[in-house]
Design a binder for this molecule. Sequence first.
Ligand code: NOJ
Length: 528
Amino acid sequence: MSVPDTEPAGALATDDQIPWWQRGAVYQIYPRSFADADGDGVGDLRGVTNRLDYLRDLGVEALWLSPFFPSPMADNGYDVADYCDVDPRFGTLADFDELVSEAHARGLHVVIDWVPNHTSDQHPWFRDPGKKSWYVWRDEPANAWRSEFKRVGSAWTRDEQTGQWYLHSFLPQQPDLNWDEPRVEAAMHEVLRFWLQRGVDGFRIDVAFKLGKDPALGENEPGRRHDQDWPTIHPRFRAIRRVLDEFDERMAVGELYLPSQRDLAAYVTSGDELHMAHNFFLLLAPWVEATYRHTIAEWLELLEPDAWPAWCLGNHDHSRLASRLGPERARTAAMLLITLRGTPFIYQGDELGLEDVPMPPEFAKDIDGRDPERAPIPWRPPSQAGPGAGFTCGSPWLPITADAEEVNAARQSEDPRSMLALYRQLLTLRRAEPALRSGSMRLLDAGPDVLAYTRGDEFLVLLSFVTEPRVAAIPAPGMIEISTNPDREKSEQRSPVQLGPDEGVLLRMTSNATSSFGGSPPSISAST
Ligand code: NOJ
């Protein structure tokens, strides 16, 4: 199938025009599992502050903190009991302020999670008789809607106290807020302002696609869901955007699982809703070059020139990148993520090639089986730091990888062949090169199983999707700047380029690249 040329028709912003959230990578911190400063076995905000130099050296632009708010932790903090405070397990508001100011002092932006679809059942709003309309209550289940967690089943639970049923898209301990109630919208805007005034630079909006549901609670139909992505949703995002725009250079990125990229684009193309929408289509796709090419081409085509892509290949809800793809392909995936046009989102530990940690049943905490990808970060070899591997001096809340002696940040920092070294090289180059941030992106036909694209006139990326050697046709000679194979010599390459198994290379063009890429040389076309 042919895909459109990805060279955008309109003018792209120049590098000095792009805002901070387009400049570099966002690093996701799952606070429970990142770094524990107080020794209780659970990561905390001071642990994050202590590790900010690591993030600065990694070369990311921002950190995104998963929820740290007071919570009964039925869903590890995605069940918020107070939106405007810090859970004592994670620290205090003063710790948060210190984190923000220390991050800013290092040039790092701070993004936090905002969970507007539901509260905890322990939130005072849920039991307040004056706020009945803030949730979705019925005398009996109004429809057959299902919880997103398969093991939960129905999205309706009967409340013992009132005998009535309430809606929950996730756990029964996470009742859905009723966004058709204007007071809910106003209260949640105040939550945004609370954190904006404290200096946060942006929000990751949890379950953004569920802020609009059919007010008549109609049944889902084939091809038309009534429990998400309802047209009422778009004015809600415009209103959220107006709140952010009361402050300078703030950003909102939405978590949206929708059937198609076209559906997703509707949230970012008008320029007055979300700044970015997480694109999960790559994460969910098989590692097949044609699928990746088509997905990337379609997304850029839908967005350019006015909207900006966000890419992610991992987060705390999915099996880890290195487990899904294997360690070699995870290196190629890192090159892809960081060199695509758009903002890369990196999940903590993926930069170490951390794999899912098998969880013995007695450790299993999450109803949806997501503990393996949430195992704590190994910072130092256990032989030096003890069994907590530098994550904690106590007993970790989830087991740490059995490979921590080899897979840890300290050891990889010293090893130029490590995954961490590769991430640092890629992120450092991206920081140094405007073409890798704001430069145009053009997909090329380089040959079977090789995803090839240019960034600006300077760079060419070749990514092999297979474990057998491949050759790639390139339009002009280039020097290897980075290879996923640390043994690869940094030599000049002419067409055809030999690629090793699962290898990715980033070439800096050595001839007049403008003439090479500006036109459409007969051997090169943007098609699958
Ligand atoms: C998406 C979050 O990423 C996930 O961890 C959580 O369980 C659900 N939203 C519910 O908040």
